[in-house]
Design a protein around this ligand. Structure first.
Ligand code: PRF
Ligand code: ZN
Length: 370
């Protein structure tokens, strides 16, 4: 195991912890910005450090295609290649192939897909995914899982869950750097509590350094989403990190943290920035809107970020459709917002003020009591 997870404080099921990884000592709950091609779109590494980003996410699928894991390995690993000194996590690639390429086909061997480079059929097996992730060298690597949409029902959900359990053993055997990299298992099983339970138990038996809850944030209703998270966090070990994949919205992060989750990742803050949307305590602010053209206030007058200290809504409105700087400034503010949210969750739990924090958060977001 190449991590230490120390719980510093709790409030009911919520916990604040220190997660020591090979490249960085992180405070949880934490949010991981997503960098598909070895960069977080719109931000420099210095800016990421400045806003307090502790760990970034890279995608095996994208990196394996370009620049290729062999080249990353040859050049000393992804940390050195992209000059990122802090922690890193790579996702296994299966989910990206299934969600990006509708041509992906899953069999017991692995995930078959058409290469976007030359159109040739390619196969990503659990062994290959781990080998690629061993070459990339992230602090946390993810098992290859069989992901199906939560809105699907029937035997396919069960098949995917059992396959994910069979694949975890192939991943564990293939993992050659357990003292430098932490392999996390992924709980699947759709919205079915019986299948989720079988999957959690199976993974916990394997005594992995951490666990993820997968297969969510795919269009299911919030009630089902929260029920699955609550069930999984209750059954996962207290002394290991819990990561909810593909989440998400600030509200979901607050709720999942109350349910005992520790880690999150999502493209939302940077993607929505590129569409001209800022995250604010009240919800969202659409900078493209015509009313912004003459608004001299910062995005959020209470925000301490570089963008809010220096620029007006009017200026960002003017840039947002015409220049890359518009989405860069919005991405900076949005990721700052997510980092601040993570820090506030952590310290409110440590100082016994979590209920007050959640109340204030909800009152700002839903002032009418909606
Ligand atoms: N599995 C993997 N990556 C993911 C997910 C998953 O279930 C999700 C949730 N749908 C986001 N990213 N490997
Ligand atoms: Zn700001």
């Amino acid at each position: 195991m190449a991590l230490r997870f120390e719980v510093l404080g709790r409030f009911n099921r919520a916990r604040a912890a220190q997660l020591t990884l090979p490249h960085f000592v992180c405070q949880t709950p934490l949010f991981m910005p997503v960098g598909t091609q070895g960069t977080i779109k719109g931000l420099t590494n210095d800016q990421l450090e400045e806003i307090g980003c502790q760990i970034i996410l890279g995608n095996t699928y994208h990196l394996a295609l370009r620049p290729t894991s062999e080249l990353i390995d040859e050049l000393g690993g992804l940390h050195k290649f992209m000059k990122w000194p802090r922690a890193m996590l790579t996702d296994s690639g299966g989910f990206q192939m299934v969600s990006l390429l509708h041509l992906a086909d899953i069999t017991e061997k692995g995930v078959t897909f058409q290469s976007p480079v030359d159109g040739k059929p390619m196969l990503l097996t659990p062994e290959e995914s781990i080998q690629i992730q061993n070459r990339i060298g992230a602090d946390i690597i993810m098992a290859l899982d069989d992901v199906v949409k939560t809105t699907i029902t029937g035997p396919r959900i069960e098949e995917a869950m059992y396959r994910t359990l069979r694949w975890i053993d192939r991943c564990i055997s293939a993992h050659k750097r357990p003292n430098e990299q932490n392999l996390f298992g992924i709980v699947q099983g759709g919205l079915d509590p019986v299948l989720r339970d079988i999957c959690v138990r199976g993974l916990v038996e394997r005594n992995l350094p951490g666990y993820a809850i997968g297969g969510l944030a795919g269009g299911e209703d919030k009630d089902s989403f929260w029920r699955v998270v609550a069930q999984c966090t209750a059954a996962l070990p207290e002394d290991k990190p819990r990561y909810v994949m593909g989440v998400g919205y600030p509200l979901d992060i607050v709720v999942c943290s109350a349910l005992g989750a520790d880690m999150y990742d999502c493209v939302y803050p940077t993607r929505t920035a590129r569409f001209g949307t800022a995250l604010v305590p009240e919800g969202v602010l659409k900078l493209k809107h015509q009313v912004m053209a003459r608004d001299t206030r910062p995005i959020d007058p209470a925000c301490g970020c570089m963008v809010c200290k220096n620029f007006s809504r009017a200026y960002i409105h003017c840039l947002v459709t015409k220049d890359a700087m518009g989405s860069q400034l919005l991405s900076y503010h949005n990721l700052y917002y997510m980092m601040k949210l993570s820090r506030d969750l952590h310290s409110s739990i440590v100082y016994g003020k979590f209920p007050e924090f959640v109340c204030t958060f909800l009152q700002k977001m839903f002032p009418e009591g909606e």
